[in-house]
Design a binder for this molecule. Structure first.
Ligand SMILES: Cc1cc2nc3c(=O)[nH]c(=O)nc-3n(C[C@H](O)[C@H](O)[C@H](O)COP(=O)(O)O)c2cc1C
Length: 216
């Protein structure tokens, strides 16, 4: 069925996007205002965009024109943020940090979470999060009057000790991180418990397979 977006309301376009693009990893972003106030909110329009340099991106939708979400305003002013990742065990506290509290309310305190210092940026990370990426703003792309995409360069990674299999080779126990992804609708998520392996195929291997099939 064709959905020509010229004839679809903004609300319904959002529904099409979130119903089909998923699971989406959750960037649980901490930022700091110039006065030092720490802010925290989850963003599932998020992913890694480049390996070298390491670049992540997330999208901030508006409640109206301008930087009405605190996260975007803070990053514009300070140029720094931390992307924490959310495990299944932290899903409920993460959801609490998404409540539209008035400015100044400490979302982390409301959710019973604590912070730990970062090493390269002033913004603290969420101590309980199994992964945290310290980021420096590369660019903010305004994609509409009330939407922006933030691109950040990752300058440091924190990974929960018991999820690091081999520090020198950077082998991480991904299943043990138990990270969640956001799905359709307002409240659906998935866990990474239904995995399967599919190794990449080289040109030589592909030629071998075709030759074997032709010889059958
Ligand atoms: C799992 C989850 C994912 C979310 N993803 C986004 C998103 O990608 N973009 C967005 O603008 N808001 C998203 N939200 C809503 C924001 O977290 C929410 O508006 C938050 O209050 C913004 O906080 P701030 O004003 O402190 O930046 C999401 C909420 C949840 C629970």
């Amino acid at each position: 069925m064709l959905f020509d977006l010229q004839n679809v309301t903004n609300e319904n376009v959002y529904k099409l996007l979130v119903a089909t693009i998923g699971p989406r990893p959750v960037a649980w972003v901490t930022t700091q205002d110039v006065d030092g106030t720490v802010n925290c909110a989850p963003f599932s329009f998020f992913n890694a965009m480049s390996g070298n340099p390491p670049v992540v991106a997330f999208g901030i939708g508006g409640r109206g024109p301008g930087d009405v979400k605190d996260t975007g305003g803070n990053i514009r002013r300070t140029g720094q943020f931390v992307v924490n990742l959310c495990s299944y065990a932290l899903a409920e506290p993460m959801n609490i940090t998404a409540i539209d509290f008035p400015k100044g309310v400490d979302e982390l305190k409301e959710a019973g979470l604590t912070t730990a210092p970062s090493t390269h940026v002033k913004v603290p990370r969420i101590a309980e999060a199994p992964v945290a990426m310290e980021c420096e703003r590369l660019v903010i792309v305004d994609v509409g009057i009330d939407r922006a995409v933030v691109l950040g360069k990752v300058v440091a990674f924190h990974i929960q000790d018991d999820c690091v299999l081999d520090k020198d080779r950077c082998y991480i126990d991904t299943p043990k991180l138990d990270l969640i992804g956001r799905l359709h609708g307002g409240g659906w998520y998935s866990r990474v418990t239904d995995r399967f392996e599919l190794p990449r195929i080289s040109v030589e291997e592909w030629a071998k397979r075709k030759a074997a099939k032709a010889a059958e």
